[in-house]
Ligand binder design. Structure first.
Ligand code: HEC
Length: 191
């Protein structure tokens, strides 16, 4: 009788001992130190944008102001990134992408003979939207992010001054370049 009790107590204590060891050991294995800052440690993707919410970075400089000091000659060099897929001269062929002559203020997804993706047609809102400076600036920053599903396989021109140079160059691809926007009319930068 006594020995049964002893065995019972022994077994019980043994179990407790094992459970305690396991919990101490797992504490050591699984215990993660608290992060220094609350929330997720996600490294922001480069300098601008990156909210993923489809909205341009709030702090971005308005394109009207950037264009005031943009350099079309530098933009021509940037445009080399585009020429594998786009021509820029009048009457130039559509390649992988549509010809970009006179693209500034052209209705989005409207170039003759080019078959646009459904995403780009959506972005054009049935042809109501044009490639004004704001749209170009927005799209070219991150084509796949701002027009999800676009057929344009290009990462984007992230640096805003480089993008402004490029857009200043795109503007020259025209017999009648569109007027530059008035930088004074643009909303003041928030700083
Ligand atoms: C890998 C090929 C490729 C590269 C590189 C490329 N594009 Fe494109 N681009 C396309 C394609 C394809 C489309 C059509 C997109 C669609 O229908 O979704 C397009 C569409 C466009 C449009 C819209 C034109 C319209 O008629 O609505 C603009 C503007 C544009 N590209 C500018 C550029 C600029 C500027 C560059 C260089 C910085 C560039 N692209 C680089 C393939 C490319």
């Amino acid at each position: 009788m006594n020995s049964y009790v002893n065995m019972g107590v022994g077994a019980f204590l043994g179990t407790v001992f094992v459970l305690m060891s396991v919990s101490i050991a797992s504490e050591g294995i699984f215990h993660a130190p608290a992060p220094e800052k609350e929330g997720y440690a996600i490294v922001a993707e480069e300098s601008s944008g990156g909210t993923g919410g489809g909205e341009a970075a709030a702090a971005a400089t308005p394109i009207a102001q950037l264009l005031a000091s943009a350099d079309a000659a530098k933009g021509e060099a940037v445009f080399k990134k585009c020429t594998s897929c786009h021509t820029g001269e009048s009457g130039g062929a559509n390649k992988v992408g549509p010809n970009l002559f006179d693209v500034v203020n052209r209705p989005i997804a409207s170039h003759e003979g080019f078959s646009y993706s459904a995403a780009m047609k959506d972005f054009s809102k049935g042809g109501a939207e044009h490639w004004d400076y704001d749209h170009l600036n927005y799209f070219l920053e991150a084509p796949k992010k701002h027009v999800p599903g676009t057929a344009m396989g290009f990462a984007g021109v992230k640096k805003e001054t480089e993008r402004a140079d490029l857009i200043a160059y795109l503007r020259t691809l025209s017999a009648n370049p569109a007027p530059l926007p008035d930088p004074a009319a643009a909303p003041a930068p928030t700083n």
